[in-house]
Design a protein around this ligand. Structure first.
Ligand code: CUK
Ligand code: CUA
Length: 638
């Protein structure tokens, strides 16, 4: 490994020099004024694209505009979010329930926008929780988390949440293989005993509701990333694997013995047919299924008890392994569905497999042995071509829809543009620094919008004014409308974006002006008429039915509360104008303030510990009389 590292550093340094020399820029990538014009969105103007960047360890999803790089919103998904009270209000706490209890955090990596016929349809965006395996669905008419389903038998839900071309399934892989079902056993008995569960979660086409259709129990490799087939390869799903040695400790000596790992090709249509005909085995599995209803404004959590598993060897012709060099990470399928690109992260060359050749090889039945009963195709039989990239540490590839692919190189810090079919490198530009994923709006669909690519970098170093040892990560925007890529902008990101998804603004902006109608509010504690406000005691629980409108609370003077009571403030916002939330916070409250959108009801719980007269106020500036939007709660001795 020492020699190898040395090689990387030497070649990497040489490459940086070469590629910087090719730039029409200074060594730090400083730009011309025409770049400024390209990203400038004048006051009052709007961006051309939405970009949704995963928040990594923030557990959330951030929304940006392109080309401006302006951040519009952080959508809370897996993490408690004081800004809106998500994960604090009674209505949203159930969204973070899991079989392990309340888990108010996760590591979110890969967003993917729903598709119809392989094109973005802008209905929902899905994202994975990596650490406590979960998949979330965010409604793109409200930009709110609408559903979270836990994924049992998975660990490190990383190769997720990619969707099939009609959003039939959102698919989740597992970075760790684990005992299935979980049990106490020696770790060094991993090999042959641990399983990698690949989970196919069906999506109801009308409402988007998710349900686990089946789990394919694969050999104990690490299933790192995945991509759906599309077009001609629709019906298949592809997963990169590493650690096909099944080592239980991934010190490099163990993990990189095999010259080639695999891309697993899964014919999910075949497995779907198998389970529709009664195939598969149900096993006990506890997992939470959390749904937020936008009419009752309330989340509910249901614990599911079993899952349908499928043994891949029981479905002949459904699962194959494609040998792919050197610990492939990214697994990307081009817009035509013909090419499957495996980026061996310990390699310099990119391996491109051909879907047609794969089918021919499968039909020919001439295999290179098998692994746990799963046929291994011959490398030469499926290889479409190799890209002699000249870079090091390839991770991820996106497409512009014009026959070009763009691959990130983590070690040599660059984006390389190459041509599908000829495998020729066309252009390369440095990134600052150590790029992970990249994103072209729609670059993960049959119809990419190949005008910009966003590179998401892991190391920020000197790109911004320093803010101490911890800096936000950095994204970079390249104009890819010409033959050569042009770096036009840097912008800081939030958390650690891994992947992102983007779409034209007109796909979302019109319907995203939605408001919740007060007359459709079915929250059990809603106050939908002006005189519905009241205070109701039930033992030591007190329910305050409160309404808000610019700029007062009703009621605003509350008496009769005692120390030891549990007080529920159910706040209904009577506004019906777009973008007029009211907030609520009371002194000493140890959860969070709330933001209540027009037409919505949200509940905050307060258990007063001390007698006194305690003020509450609106936390969101709502009118010239916002500062008058306040009240008192009198707390008497028990
Ligand atoms: S991963 Cu982070 S750079 Cu989670 Cu898709 Cu490759
Ligand atoms: Cu309501 Cu400020």
């Amino acid at each position: 490994m020492k020699i190898y590292n040395h090689l990387i550093l030497t070649i990497g340094a040489a490459l940086m020099l070469v590629s910087c020399g090719q730039q029409n820029q200074s060594s730090n990538g400083a730009l011309s004024s025409s770049a400024a014009e390209k990203v400038y969105v004048a006051p009052g103007e709007q961006d051309e694209y939405y970009a949704f960047l995963s928040g990594g360890y923030s557990g959330n999803l951030t929304v940006y505009g392109l080309p401006s790089g302006r951040m519009f919103k952080e959508i809370p998904v897996f993490s408690q979010f004081p800004t809106s009270g998500y994960g604090y209000s009674e209505e949203t706490v159930p969204m973070l329930n899991t079989s392990h209890g309340f888990v108010p955090w996760d590591d979110a990596h890969h967003p993917d926008i729903s598709q119809t016929n392989g094109e973005l349809d802008g209905r929902w965006i899905f994202i994975n929780g990596n650490n406590t395996p979960r998949i979330a669905r965010i409604d793109l008419s409200t930009f709110e988390t609408a559903e979270i389903i836990e994924v049992p038998n998975s660990a490190g839900n990383h190769s997720s949440s990619f969707i099939t071309e009609n959003t039939e399934y959102v698919v989740a892989g597992t970075r760790f293989s684990v005992p299935v079902p979980q049990r106490d056993m020696p770790i060094n008995e991993y090999k042959g005993n641990f399983k990698g569960a690949l989970t196919f979660i069906s999506v109801d086409p009308e409402h988007g509701h998710m349900a686990i259709k089946f789990q394919l129990l694969m050999p104990g490799f690490n299933y790192d990333l995945s991509h759906p087939g599309r077009g001609k390869s629709h019906g298949w799903f592809f997963f990169t694997t590493y650690n096909t040695e099944e080592a239980n400790s991934l010190l490099e000596v163990n993990a990189s013995q095999n010259d080639k790992d695999f891309i697993a090709a899964i014919n999910w249509k075949k497995i779907e047919e198998y389970v529709n005909n009664g195939g598969g085995t149900k096993i006990p599995a506890n997992y939470a299924h959390n749904v937020y209803d936008e009419h009752s404004h309330t989340g509910t959590s249901t614990m599911r008890k079993e899952v349908l598993t499928v043994d891949p060897t029981k479905v002949p012709g459904a699962v194959f392994f494609l040998p792919t060099p050197k610990s492939p990470h990214g697994c990307d399928v081009d817009p035509t569905g013909q090419y499957i690109i495996g980026n061996g992260k310990l390699s310099a060359d990119l391996t491109v497999h051909s879907f047609d050749k794969m089918i021919t090889a499968i039909e020919g039945g001439n295999f290179d042995g098998e692994a746990y009963g799963i046929p291994i195709l011959k490398f030469e039989d499926v290889l479409a071509g190799q890209v002699k990239s000249g870079g090091l540490g390839p991770l991820h590839t996106e497409f512009d829809g014009k026959g070009n692919a763009y691959t990130t190189f983590f070690i040599s810090s660059e984006v390389v543009k190459w041509q599908l079919g000829t495998w020729e490198v066309i252009d390369r530009k440095p990134t600052y620094y150590s790029v992970g994923h990249l994103m072209i709006p729609g670059g993960n669909s049959r119809k990419p919008f190949g005008k910009y690519v966003v590179a998401m970098n892991k190391i920020t170093k000197d790109r911004y004014l320093p803010t101490g040892p911890e800096m936000e990560h950095s994204a970079q925007l390249y104009d890819i409308s010409g033959d050569k890529m042009e770096l036009i902008y840097d912008f800081p990101t939030h958390g650690e974006p891994h992947y992102a998804a983007g779409c034209p603004a007109e796909l979302l902006a019109p319907k995203s002006q939605k408001i919740y109608r007060l007359d459709e509010n079915r929250h059990p504690y809603a106050v939908t008429s002006a005189d519905g406000s009241k205070v109701v005691r039930d033992g030591n629980e007190v329910h305050v039915y409160m309404s808000t409108i610019r700029s007062h609370f009703t009621p605003d003077n509350i008496e009769g509360i005692k120390v030891g009571d549990k007080v529920y403030f159910h706040i209904t916002n009577h506004e019906q104008d777009f973008d007029v939330p009211h907030g609520f916070a009371i002194l000493g409250q140890n959860s969070s303030e709330l933001l209540v959108m027009p037409g919505q009801t949200k509940t905050s719980v307060w258990e007063p510990k001390d007698v006194g007269v305690w003020p509450f106020y609106c936390t969101d500036f709502c009118s010239a009389l916002h500062q008058e939007m306040q009240g008192y709660v009198r707390v008497s001795p028990a």
